[in-house]
Design a protein around this ligand. Structure first.
Ligand SMILES: Cc1cc2nc3c(=O)[nH]c(=O)nc-3n(C[C@H](O)[C@H](O)[C@H](O)COP(=O)(O)O)c2cc1C
Length: 142
């Protein structure tokens, strides 16, 4: 069974809602899914996973959340994520998605195989976005 790891940070629950849909999609497609808030995630989980979904809202000024998510992402190496399918996702509000474009480029720099352009939702994710999360989860399991 393919191991899929979903790691996210969410302050007010919007990104968490997306994370749960991704996990559900991967589970329904037959993967073994581990879903963790980033505070509970560890580097060996990333190593063991065949595919990853990482979620974080736009924080600061178009950056990742700085106390937990940024250190976690900074700690990822090419050895852990290179060649692996990765879905990035997160919620935002007043920006235009710059944090996600930057994050996608950063993960490509580690040779992660990024699914599309990342999945973004303005504040509470709408049904269409949740479906996109579910489908992306299914792809990670495939
Ligand atoms: C401290 C702080 C900084 C934020 N910075 C940005 C930003 O730079 N760009 C943006 O589009 N939204 C920004 N937001 C809005 C959040 O991304 C938005 O509220 C999002 O839905 C939060 O997702 P969550 O419910 O998963 O925590 C910020 C929110 C907070 C609290």
């Amino acid at each position: 069974m393919k191991k899929v790891l979903v790691v996210y940070w969410s302050g007010t629950g919007n990104t968490e809602t997306m994370a749960k849909q991704l996990a559900k999609g991967a589970e329904d497609a037959g993967a073994e899914v581990v879903i963790k808030a980033v505070s509970e995630a560890a580097a060996d989980m990333v190593k063991e996973a065949a595919a990853l979904a990482l979620g974080c809202p736009a924080m600061g000024a178009e950056v990742l959340e700085e106390s937990e998510m940024e250190p976690f992402v900074s700690g990822l190496s090419q050895t852990e994520v290179g060649g692996k399918p990765v879905v990035l996702f997160g919620s935002y509000d007043w920006g235009d998605g710059q944090w996600m474009r930057d994050w996608v480029e950063r993960m490509k720099g580690l040779d992660a195989v990024i699914d599309g352009e990342g999945i973004i939702a303005q504040l509470v994710p709408e049904e269409e976005t949740l479906t996109a999360c579910y489908e992306a989860g299914k792809r990670l399991a495939g």
